[in-house]
Each structure stands twice: as structure tokens, then as C-alpha cells.
Design a protein around this ligand. Structure first.
Ligand code: OAD
Length: 227
């Protein structure tokens, strides 16, 4: 089977009712992203940050994958599929995708503030002050915040370098290093970009633009790939 890599961003979850970042005018659910998604924000107001991600978890628990997620999961019948997502929700997994790399972390995981290797599942939706790792340190959301390293970047780069087909869906390609991944694909690899509001992309070989929403765009691409 051919390898197929999907790079997804907030737009794939838009039809499931989860708002994108940059379509909301620089605010993320009413908050300045630096207040809720940076180490400085955490130091300034831990309660606000915990509460913010608790609300996101609550929302994700009731959200359902949409047709776009579903088609991506179904492509596993025809390709070796790897999803590299910038999303912290679990909608790709809920749809049935079995190999998902969460570049920016996962809502349903927490980690120790002092021992980053200590990572735990979050049961339900709430993470509170006083929830501690086994060594007695506070747990924080296991999200890659602005200014932090992206530990899974090397794994993602490897997948993109080895892929035979690349699909980029629902990302404004404004956040690095994630946005640079597209450049690691071989020149002969067809690259399909699906977005209703096409992001600016540096010159690429074999580039195909599908200016549509996630479900409609994936439907069109599925027909192109499977004939
Ligand atoms: P953005 O909000 O920057 O971009 C979302 C993209 O989805 C835009 O290009 C939209 O045009 C597109 N879009 C909107 N509706 C869509 C639909 N129905 N179907 C398909 N696409 C649609 O989100 P990301 O690029 O994912 O980081 O943002 C990257 C990172 O910035 C996020 O992972 C997050 C944020 O700060 C962290 O939380 C660390």
C-alpha cells in the first residue's frame, strides 16, 4: 500500500462545532491566546488556564467527528495513513483513525510541570489545582504552548519525507514549525490542499488546491484518489 500523510488543523473540526483560531479574530473562545496557551500565561494565572482547557475538554466530549474525519479514517482501507494533526481534540481517533500524531499535544492528557515525561490520561473533563503527578508536582494540560518545543516534530518530519501522497486540510499554515512540514515531501509527491479560504503557500511541485470545506473537499479528493 502507498503511504498517505494528512496534515490537519483546526478547520477539519470546524464542522463538528469546534471553532478555528484565526477565524475568530485573534481571540480563542474570547481569550488572548498568549494568556491561555503560553508558559507565561500559566505562571500568571494557573486557574484561568486550567479552567480554559476544562471548558475545551467539556466541548470535545460532546463533539462528534464529521464526514471529513470519517473519510480520512476510511482511507486506511486503501493506504498506510498517518494523520499529523495540530488539533488537540480527539475527533480523528473518534472517527477511527489509528495512527495520529498530535503535534501540539492532547486535551485528554495531562503532564507534570516538573517531569515532562510523566504523562497521564485525563478522565472526564476536569484538571484542578492540587491534581499531582506521582512525584508530587502539579499537573498541567499536555499541550504544546507558544514558545515550547514540539517533541513530535521529528516523528512528523519522518512521515512526511516517506509519504507518497500528502493532504493538507484546514490549517492556515501560520504556526511554525508545523507549517514547514509540507516542504519535507518529495518533489514527485502529489500535494492536495483543502481549505475554503486557501492559505498562502510557497511554490511547490505537484500542488492541487481544493477550495472547499473539510467534508466536501475530502469527498472530492476521495473520488480523485480512489477513482
Ligand atoms: P487556524 O485557525 O489558524 O486555521 C484554520 C484554517 O481552517 C483556516 O485556513 C480556515 O480557512 C480553515 N477552515 C475554516 N473552516 C473550515 C472548514 N469547514 N473546513 C476546512 N477548513 C476550514 O488553525 P490552525 O492552522 O490549526 O496551536 O492553527 C495552528 C495552531 O495555532 C493551533 O494548533 C493552535 C493555534 O494557536 C496551539 O494550541 C499550540
Amino acid at each position: 500500500m502507498k503511504n498517505l500523510v494528512i496534515l490537519s488543523g483546526a478547520g477539519i473540526s470546524a464542522e463538528s462545532g469546534i471553532r478555528t483560531f484565526r477565524d475568530a479574530g485573534g481571540l480563542w473562545e474570547g481569550h488572548d491566546v498568549m494568556e491561555v496557551a503560553s508558559p507565561a500565561g500559566w505562571l500568571k494565572n494557573q486557574e484561568l488556564v486550567l479552567d480554559f482547557y476544562n471548558q475545551r475538554r467539556k466541548q470535545a466530549l460532546s463533539a462528534e467527528p464529521n464526514l471529513g474525519h470519517q473519510i480520512i479514517a476510511d482511507l486506511e482501507a486503501h493506504f498506510e495513513v498517518t494523520v499529523v494533526t495540530q488539533n488537540v481534540d480527539n475527533l480523528h481517533e473518534k472517527a477511527g483513525s489509528s495512527h495520529v500524531i498530535h503535534l501540539h499535544g492532547e486535551l485528554f492528557k495531562s503532564r507534570s510541570i516538573c517531569h515532562p515525561e510523566l504523562i497521564y490520561d485525563v478522565d472526564g473533563w476536569e484538571l484542578k489545582t492540587g491534581d499531582l503527578c506521582e512525584k508530587g508536582f502539579q499537573l498541567r494540560p499536555n499541550i504544546v504552548w507558544f514558545g515550547e518545543d514540539v517533541p513530535l516534530m521529528d516523528a512528523a518530519m519522518k512521515e512526511v519525507k516517506n509519504t507518497d501522497i500528502l493532504i493538507v486540510i484546514g490549517t492556515s499554515l501560520q504556526v511554525y514549525p508545523a507549517a514547514s512540514l509540507i516542504h519535507y515531501a518529495r518533489d514527485d509527491v502529489p500535494k492536495y490542499i483543502i481549505d475554503p479560504n486557501m492559505p498562502t503557500i510557497a511554490k511547490q511541485t505537484d500542488l492541487h488546491l481544493i477550495e472547499k470545506g473539510g467534508s466536501e473537499g475530502m469527498k472530492e479528493l476521495e473520488e480523485l484518489l480512489l477513482g
